[in-house]
Design a protein around this ligand. Structure first.
Ligand code: F6R
Length: 612
């Protein structure tokens, strides 16, 4: 989604803003812009459609814009097409006020019409310009910028993170948030606002997370935060412990490849601190055995790949807990009048911790009295802060839009949580418990071993990259894993792809299989391997080309039928998707590479989806 940065300091702002925007490039955007204020030149604004490089060239790396106070934005279009005019910052009619905005203003049309009736002329189609114009209107009334911001916030409905500068307001930028992330950063040569910690991590690790309804005034020397009634607040500081290099490519061609390769280490970081003396220890949460025994329903709620983690977890948790587990897409759950109550445990999974649908679903569950547990990667993110309990995946920053290491760490953490709950309930045999834990601990090593031979997958990708429709089939955990493999492929290579539970093929989809259709057959789930094989035979009989993924145990059997076979190490069945998904990620990566796609920033996609 859109990215925001703002700086008020003792250095030229424009180069810092451009640098911060560049670090948020991975979030995906279609246009970018900056506004800088100086004593002599007033407000100067440059914005343009396209990549950041265009903006950087347009401003000679920021040298053209003089001033130590500024705001910057990368836009992912929601209202109005991506073009120069709709790009942010938006400037009020008399050029006094510039504003950047993330989120959506729901009542913007109504406000726009009122302002138009008062003679205000609009240049863009955006909801954000309406806020800039409304601000000017109130500022002209009260001649106090902070008061004007307060009045605007009371008028608008929707979600927002704002960065605002005003030509009359030297050295100070104003920030406000509601349902869209915004952090404040304390730097040596000035202070920051940003929607994403990666934008400012080069300059500071000392941050404050803004809460909904708060307003901040940022100057080179200080940051003052107020509640919606303008009462001053004391905010708690947090230290960001991410390494700057973690957000850089470090010699890899793409972040996605780097992040695939980082998975063993990320899994080890997520798992190791949570296993002590042969037991899963989840110090950070407060679920007691009595409470867990009393739970009548378990829900797992998420979007996209995180939802696919939920699908795997449903199979695994039901097996471990012997209780029904319902997985829901957050965007559906929130509007489904869900049957959630005080006896429900609602687990939400989100890498970014900012996905609007997931957050809204979690709030709905809380409103109905459920207890919420969040599995999140970004520390201090909104979902992490609002959930009753939070467990972090320690994957480090994930920059590529297509998730890999965050997915893998979510998967393994959900396995640990399942094991922990099963232990509290007494529904898992000790031998099974020990076997899973032993395998979790060697998972990073097994994954590293597989990753040393990624060339096989590269070879298959070069063989199959020109197919334009690909099916993933599998049963049980393999089906859940296929959903993720298919999503990875379509989002970065733009090849049409579908994942099916193998048993469902005969109920319609098999009519699409014709000579030469590529079917990726997943046969890693031992309990149903023979059934999965029958489905491979079925598609082969209709002329499909089959690329199979299986385990060492079933290698020989699979090779007899499939055209090509990728073999992953064996592990405990519950953990098998953690290994099985890796070739699917690599396959998507290499197919996209062969097709010349923009791997880290696929078209139309954004890293953190903060709109509905
Ligand atoms: C796909 C992908 C998305 C996210 C989804 C949810 O590669 O990354 O499908 O999984 O947008 O995002 P989070 O996990 O941040 O809530």
């Amino acid at each position: 989604m859109c990215g925001i940065i703002g700086f008020s300091g003792r250095e030229q702002a424009a180069p810092i803003l451009l640098d911060g925007l560049e670090r948020m490039e991975y979030r995906g955007y279609d246009s970018a812009g900056i506004a800088v204020r100086s004593e002599t030149k007033g407000l100067q604004v440059k914005k343009t459609k396209g990549r950041l490089r265009v903006l950087s060239d347009l401003t000679h790396g920021g040298a053209d814009l003089e001033g130590t106070l500024g705001i910057g934005h990368t836009r992912w279009a929601t209202h109005g097409e991506p073009n120069d005019i709709n790009a942010h910052p938006h400037v009020s009619e008399n050029g006094q006020i510039a504003l950047v905005h993330n989120g959506i203003i729901e009542n913007y049309l109504e406000i726009k019409e009122q302002l138009q009736r008062r003679g205000v002329t609009f240049t863009s189609d955006t909801d954000s310009e309406v806020v800039a114009q409304l601000l000017e209107y109130h500022y002209n009334e009260c001649h106090n910028m902070l008061e004007a911001v307060g009045r605007v916030l009371r008028r608008i409905e929707g979600s927002y993170a704002f960065g605002i500068i005003c030509s009359d307001f030297p050295n100070a930028l104003i920030a406000a948030r509601k349902d869209s992330p915004l952090i404040l950063g304390y730097g040596e040569n000035g202070n920051f606002i940003a929607s994403d910690v990666t934008a400012i991590i080069k300059y500071t690790r000392d941050v404050v997370y803004m809460e909904d309804g708060e307003i901040a005034v940022v100057t080179p020397e200080s940051i003052d935060v107020f509640d919606s009634e303008m009462n001053p607040l004391e905010k708690q500081h947090s230290q960001v412990d991410w390494d700057v290099s973690a957000a850089e490519k470090g010699g890899y061609a793409h972040f996605m490849f780097k992040e695939i390769m980082e998975q063993p280490e990320a899994i080890a970081k997520t798992v190791s601190p949570r296993i002590r003396d042969g037991r899963v220890v989840l110090d950070d949460i407060t679920l007691t055995a009595d409470y867990v025994r009393d739970i009548s329903r378990i829900f797992i709620i998420a979007c996209g790949s995180s939802y696919h983690v939920g699908m795997v977890s449903k199979y695994n948790w039901e097996r471990l807990l012997r209780r029904p587990v319902q997985v829901d897409l957050a965007s559906e759950f929130r509007y489904s009048d869900p049957l959630v109550d005080e006896k429900s445990l609602v687990v939400v999974i989100s890498q970014s911790g900012e996905t609007l649908d997931t957050m809204a679903a979690m709030r709905e569950a809380k409103r109905r009295g459920a207890r919420t547990l969040a599995v999140v990667n970004v520390v201090g993110s909104s979902i992490a802060r609002e959930a009753d309990d939070v467990l972090y995946t320690w994957a480090g920053p994930e920059i590529a839009v297509a998730t890999t290491k965050a997915y893998s760490t979510q998967l393994v953490l959900m396995d640990l949580i399942g094991l922990y709950l099963a232990d509290l309930l007494g529904t898992v045999e000790k031998s099974e418990y020990d076997a899973i834990l032993a395998e979790v601990q060697v998972l990073p090593e097994k994954m590293s071993h597989f990753l040393e031979h990624f060339e096989d997958v590269q070879y298959f990708a070069s063989r199959y990259f020109n197919h334009n429709s690909i099916f993933f089939i599998g049963r049980n955990l393999d089906y859940a894993m296929g959903l993720e493999g298919s999503l990875k492929l379509k989002e970065i290579s733009y090849i049409h792809s579908e994942a099916y539970a193998s048993g469902e093929l005969k109920h319609g989809t098999i009519s699409l299989i014709e000579p030469g259709t590529l079917v990726v057959a997943l046969g890693t789930y031992a309990a149903l391997f023979d059934k999965a094989m029958s489905n491979v035979v079925e598609v082969k009989a209709r002329g499909a080309e089959v690329l199979a993924v299986t385990t060492e145990t079933f290698k020989e059997k699979m090779e007899k039928t499939a055209d090509s076979t990728i073999v992953v190490p064996d592990t405990h069945p519950i953990l098998q998707p953690s290994l099985g998904v890796v070739p699917l990620q690599l396959f998507a990566y290499y197919v996209a590479l062969q097709r010349g796609c923009d791997i880290d920033k696929p078209r139309n996609l954004a890293k953190s989806v903060t709109v509905e």
